[in-house]
Design a protein around this ligand. Structure first.
Ligand SMILES: Cc1cc2nc3c(=O)[nH]c(=O)nc-3n(C[C@H](O)[C@H](O)[C@H](O)COP(=O)(O)OP(=O)(O)OC[C@H]3O[C@@H](n4cnc5c(N)ncnc54)[C@H](O)[C@@H]3O)c2cc1C
Length: 468
């Protein structure tokens, strides 16, 4: 409470904040999470309604870090991994779905790429590596694989992950593993083969790169974290937190906390030995008012893709058999959607037995105006695209629309300056940590990895301070 000195105050109780808090609490530290919304979990929210379980935020993650595997183990949770179709991805081309090639042979036989680019792909291992560290993804892909590969593989893939534009994203920030493959091995193909041969520890073998959810939806993960942290350490309905460096190397956090019944909040003044922010870049300067305009600029200029997600449920599906993870739409095909995911094809109990649950994505960095469309317009776009692409004339039995003004950060050319500023601020203000998707990746696995690493750094800092 007010006169208590916390070890750590975290701002934001999404996956990042909850993961950090889980590790800090495990070390016996006094932790408080301040959350703006009425519930924790951030963008991860699962909903159960009329025999459907749907997500309003992320639908799936990838088991791509040991930290994620460890966290699931500690929380006694199991990954729900699809038994089939997880590797089948469809790409929309000339009014039909084409399977996305999954290996060299299918890359050579697919109609998605031109003959010239198929030869280029075969020659990829022999091409010289790039020398521009700030090369964009499209420059890199055109240089190594060709334009049709950019248009029908990378562009839809980037829509699916970043809702972004490959000509804006800088490879070493947006796809650091891909960048490292070329830099370390000279080629994506040679690098993938060499990496597969590196012996793995038993724990590393559990990092299967498989797609995952959790039985019952991804909120089961954030609920388990809430349980581990303790709900008394998570204050929801907290608005306008501000942080200022105080005396004795501590921080003062002022925040307005609204109780469930009250319409206005009471202003609280809290003290903590460390403060960790997990919110998006543009929201940071209001929380850290002591930043100079030059220090605030790399955060305010971090662009986020605006995304609309529409969950569409069908009790008795009459469209084409759904045997894939999802379908993505290349920009050159000029449709109003980024793609459709098929959660009920992958996971148990997402729709009634003969039904289907689809998730349609729209907007993104290339079509931000769609975010402003009315619900009726968005519904029209979602249903007409499902009808055309999935060959059905049905109306969905369930349709829910979710809008995200700050869905996915775009790691573009401004990233170097932002990362440098984060380092400088953390050095100048010991005990202040700037976490969240302003750095270290956008996926759930990245968020958990960052959470575990930052918790370790904070624990080390607080332990050192104890003996000073
Ligand atoms: C639509 C969508 C689809 C996605 N799809 C995928 C996917 O398929 N796979 C995948 O791996 N990842 C996906 N992601 C990304 C993934 O969901 C996120 O990386 C992760 O959940 C973010 O967690 P976080 O805690 O960093 O941020 P958030 O979940 O955004 O949490 C930040 C929290 O801070 C709170 N907050 C903000 N401002 C304040 C304030 N001033 N005071 C107090 N609290 C504040 C917010 O309310 C929020 O609860 C998707 C994201 C979105 C939006």
């Amino acid at each position: 409470m007010e006169n208590e000195l916390y070890d750590s105050i975290l701002i934001g109780a999404g996956l990042t904040g909850l993961t950090i808090a889980h590790y800090l609490r495990k070390s016996g530290l006094r932790v408080l999470l301040l959350e703006k919304n009425s519930v924790p979990g951030g963008v991860i929210q699962s909903h159960a309604e009329n025999e459907f379980i749907y997500e309003s935020g992320p639908n799936t993650g990838v088991i791509s870090s040991v930290e994620l595997v460890r966290l699931f183990h500690e929380l006694r949770l199991s990954f729900e991994v699809p038994q089939q179709f997880a590797n089948a991805r469809w790409i929309w081309r000339k009014n039909r779905w084409e399977p996305m090639p999954s290996g060299l042979i299918s890359a050579v036989t697919t109609p998605l790429f031109t003959l010239k680019d198929k030869f280029r792909i075969l020659g990829e291992p022999f091409r010289a590596k790039g020398t521009n560290p700030d090369e964009t993804l499209s420059e890199l892909v055109i240089r190594r694989m060709g334009k049709s590969f950019l248009e029908y593989a990378i562009d839809p893939f980037i829509s699916g992950i970043y809702a972004g534009d490959p000509s804006q994203l800088v490879t070493r920030y947006a796809m650091p593993k891909l960048y490292a493959l070329e830099q370390n091995y000279g080629s994506f193909i040679k690098g993938s083969i060499a990496k597969a041969r590196i012996p793995k520890t038993a724990e590393e073998k559990l990092v299967t790169k498989q797609v995952f959810s959790v039985n019952g939806g991804l909120s089961v993960l954030t609920d388990a974290l809430v349980h581990s942290v303790g709900s008394e350490a998570i204050w929801c309905n907290c608005s306008n937190p501000t942080v200022s460096p105080g005396a004795d190397d501590s921080y003062v956090v002022e925040v307005e906390r609204k109780s469930e019944e009250a319409t206005t909040g009471s202003l609280l003044k809290l003290r903590s030995r460390s403060v960790i922010t997990t919110v998006g870049g543009p929201l940071l300067p209001a929380i850290l008012p002591f930043l100079s305009p030059a220090e605030a600029e790399p955060f305010t200029t971090l662009r986020y893709a605006k995304v609309v997600q529409v969950a569409a449920g069908y009790t008795d599906w009459k469209g084409i058999p759904i045997k894939a993870f999802g379908g993505l739409v290349p920009t050159v095909e000029q449709k109003d959607i980024l793609g459709i995911l098929f959660p009920s094809a992958l996971f148990e109990n997402r729709a009634p037995e003969k039904g289907a649950l689809l998730s349609v994505f729209m907007g993104g960095i290339k079509r931000p105006e769609l975010y402003e469309y009315s619900d009726a317009q968005l519904k029209e776009i979602a249903v007409s695209h499902i009808n055309e692409m999935m060959q059905t004339g049905q109306q969905p039995d369930l349709l829910r629309i979710f809008r995200y003004p700050y869905a996915i950060p775009q790691y573009d050319a401004g990233s170097g300056k932002r990362l440098h500023t984060i380092k400088e601020l953390q050095f100048r203000y010991p005990g202040l940590m700037l976490a969240g998707n302003i750095r270290d990746g956008i996926g759930m696995s990245d968020r958990v990895k960052q959470g575990a690493v930052i918790a370790g750094e904070v624990i080390e800092y607080l332990n050192i301070k104890k003996f000073m």
